[in-house]
Design a protein around this ligand. Structure first.
Ligand SMILES: [Mg+2]
Length: 433
């Protein structure tokens, strides 16, 4: 049979009208319509690869345009020619001599790069007939390192150090796989505490989540200070003193206010404060962390590995919240996972949105198997929306992700969903215009 060759790319603007129910709402993103620029790679053998980047509605069309352009780097090439020099492929996609001006390695073009690169990984894992986590975990250390663009991070992590770390973690991996097969990977829920939810709804959802076995909960803050504290006390009372409670301000505050408000909210027992200020303010995060003594988390808006590197170097974060689509796909996430392992900083991926849970579960499992080798202080975000649209949705049990077992990156969306929610012509939108 001829070599597996990518023969075409279909790009779809997909939007779900989640803002109608305040799903996903926080102090800054008040009306998200969970959306995706979605990419289907076609091949000469009928096999397909599916990838996406996550957006909030308006602007998805910009990602779609960028994704259509960048897909030219994959179409016409064999899968093997891409994966045998994966870092080189990523450098092509993120380093186009004219497109690069729009970033570099940030914003719309980087989101689009993520969708394309994720689709290639999905295709790769399907071709190898393994779930992505297993494909990665079973790779030789040199091959994993060969997928990483080390540009701008060699001052903290050189390729040979990465290889050494990855090799070292081969020890005990079989036992860690058995542990995950038995127990799943620990998670926390954000679904109970969206900003736009009423007290009654939050109380009811917290009650249900406790009954389902959840032990880690996140509440959206960043409203009026008395109101935040009141809601925080209410949630703490509902979940009891032993459950872990995290709060997420979604970049709402300036640094001085973030310090004041974090100290105030710490009263209810705060496991971490997330995105207290601008995601670009590395020194601000460091100051908030230093002056509050509260663990600081950020990363869902961390635009590339360089910012993550600096957050770690500056002692600005306790938790690295990688995002499967904000960074340029699997490859750049590997870079951050390995830097975090070197710094001893837990990786607790950002998820929710469209398909983020489906993707990051693979990255968390890889982190445990081949990078950090520990579950201590590690929980992956879980949000219970839109999973029904995926062919291989996440499976949860008692607040844990069960190991994915289907080939691929769990990114395939059902055809009927694509028809219904395509923007602007799908019935979900056409009838609302
Ligand atoms: Mg967040």
């Amino acid at each position: 049979m001829s070599e597996l060759t990518i023969t075409g790319a279909r790009v779809i603007d997909l939007r779900f009208p989640t803002s109608r129910e305040a799903i996903g709402s926080d102090a800054v993103n008040k009306d998200p319509d969970y959306s995706a620029a979605y990419c289907i790679l076609e091949t000469n053998q009928g096999l397909r690869g599916y990838g996406l980047t996550f957006t909030l509605g308006r602007g998805t069309d910009l990602c779609v345009l960028a994704l259509q352009y960048l897909s030219h780097f994959a179409v016409g090439w064999t899968l093997e020619s891409i994966t045998s020099d994966f870092a080189g492929f990523c450098r092509q996609v993120t380093g186009d001599t004219q497109y690069r001006w729009l970033g570099p390695e940030k914003g719309v073009v980087h989101l689009a790069a993520a969708a394309l690169i994720n689709a290639v990984w999905d295709l790769y894992a399907r071709a190898e007939q393994k779930p992505l986590w297993r494909l990665l975990a079973e790779m030789p250390a040199e091959q994993i390192a060969g997928a990483i663009d080390f540009s701008y991070i060699t001052d903290v992590l050189r390729p040979e150090e990465a290889v050494e770390l990855l090799r070292d973690r081969e020890r005990g991996m079989a036992e860690r796989v058995r542990q995950l097969e038995r127990d799943g990977y620990p998670a926390y829920t954000t679904s109970v505490g969206w900003f736009g939810y009423s007290d009654e709804r939050i109380a009811q959802l917290a009650h249900e989540a406790l009954a389902e076995g959840w032990t880690h909960f996140k509440l959206k803050v960043g409203g009026e200070s008395g109101e935040d504290l009141r809601r925080a006390r209410m949630v703490r009372e509902k979940i009891g003193p032993d459950a872990k409670l995290m709060m997420d301000a979604n970049q709402k505050w300036d640094v001085d206010e973030a310090i004041r408000r974090t100290r105030q909210l710490a009263e209810v027992g705060l496991w971490w404060m997330e995105e207290p200020t601008s995601p670009d303010d590395i020194l601000g995060h460091a100051r908030i962390r230093r002056e509050t003594g509260v663990r600081i988390a950020t990363g869902e808006h961390c635009q590339n590995r360089v910012i993550f590197k600096q957050l770690m170097q500056a002692g600005a974060i306790d938790v690295a919240q990688i995002d499967s689509c904000r960074l340029a796909g699997v490859n750049e996430n590997l870079a951050v996972i390995l830097m975090a392992a070197k710094f001893g900083i837990p990786v607790c991926p950002h998820a929710g949105g469209v398909g983020l849970c489906e993707m990051v579960q693979h990255l968390s499992v890889f982190d445990f198997l081949r990078a950090s080798a520990t579950l201590e202080d590690r929980v992956t975000e879980f949000v219970d929306h839109l999973h029904e649209h995926f062919v291989d949705p996440v499976r949860m049990r008692r607040g844990r992700y069960l190991l994915p077992d289907q080939p691929g990156y769990s990114t395939e969306i059902k055809p009927e969903t694509l028809a219904m929610y395509s923007f602007p012509d799908g019935p979900a939108w056409r009838d609302k215009q």
